[in-house]
Write a protein that binds this ligand. Structure first.
Ligand code: HEM
Length: 224
């Protein structure tokens, strides 16, 4: 399944580029913005097929952003002082800002797609579409708050306690992404769609696995 390849690529890139990301975060934010710009231009300019396919998989489908968010969240399941946590914790904020920028293309494209249906009247929308739109709007709002407060300059201007409480929103955000994916994929999966069924299985391992491991980490840390 595509997401697993994208996740593997994101893990390798994160590991290899750790030092440059920490040293030149703005360069990586600029690259993420440039990718978003390319994504928008792709609707108007005929890029080579390989470029437009990559933009479709990574940006339009939001897979690379999701892979980065998954890495950011999974850092929390490792013990304090463990190799993985010690290595990745210093670039956690930078990774979430890059993921945030890369998710904007996906969110804008699909939010715009809902506009004609909303203008036609929400009473004509099915329960599942209305539910999907509500989840999408909450995700959008959560990402806006989490994204803006991830920037070091915003963090410095806030009380640490308030900032920490806001960052706790990452948990409902991540769980809502799972709900979002299920809303998108379950109808096709239940109708026998093989690709959708595989996607549901893979995403379920990633998200349910995270919830179990994060709860385990919380219990173990309390015991110390
Ligand atoms: C305003 C917020 C959002 C809207 C309106 C939205 C809308 C959609 C829609 C309509 C689809 C189905 C696309 C299709 O079938 O081709 C979709 C798929 C997807 N969304 Fe979102 N989304 C939003 C936020 C997010 C966020 C925050 C993430 C994760 C970071 C995300 C990750 C994905 C992924 C990975 C898929 C592809 C699922 C698959 O086919 O395997 N979305 N989204």
């Amino acid at each position: 399944m595509t997401f697993l390849w994208v996740l593997a690529l994101a893990i390798v890139l994160t590991a290899v580029l750790k030092k440059p990301i920490k040293k030149f975060p703005v360069l990586f934010y600029a690259i993420a913005i440039a990718i978003d710009v390319l994504f928008i231009m792709n609707s108007y300019v005929a890029f080579p097929r390989v470029v437009s396919s990559a933009l479709f998989v990574f940006v339009h489908k939001c897979t690379f952003s999701l892979a980065l968010f998954a890495i950011v969240m999974y850092i929390g399941v490792f013990a304090q002082g463990s190799k993985v946590k010690t290595y990745l914790l210093p670039i956690r904020a930078e990774l979430s800002i890059i993921a945030w920028i890369l998710s904007l293309g996906h969110m804008v494209v699909y939010l715009m797609a809902y506009v004609p249906q909303v203008l036609h009247g929400i009473e004509h929308m099915s329960g599942i579409v209305l539910g999907s739109l509500t989840v999408a709007l909450v995700l959008f709002a959560l990402l806006l708050v989490l994204g803006v407060t991830s920037f070091a300059v915003v963090k410095k201007s806030m009380k640490l306690h308030t900032w920490k409480r806001i960052q706790m929103l990452a948990y409902p955000f991540f769980i809502l992404v799972y709900v979002h994916l299920l809303l998108m994929l379950l109808p096709a999966a239940l109708n026998g769609g093989g690709v959708a069924q595989t996607s549901v299985a893979v995403y379920s391992v990633v998200f349910v696995g995270y919830i179990v491991l994060r709860l385990r980490r919380a219990v173990l840390d309390k015991r110390l």
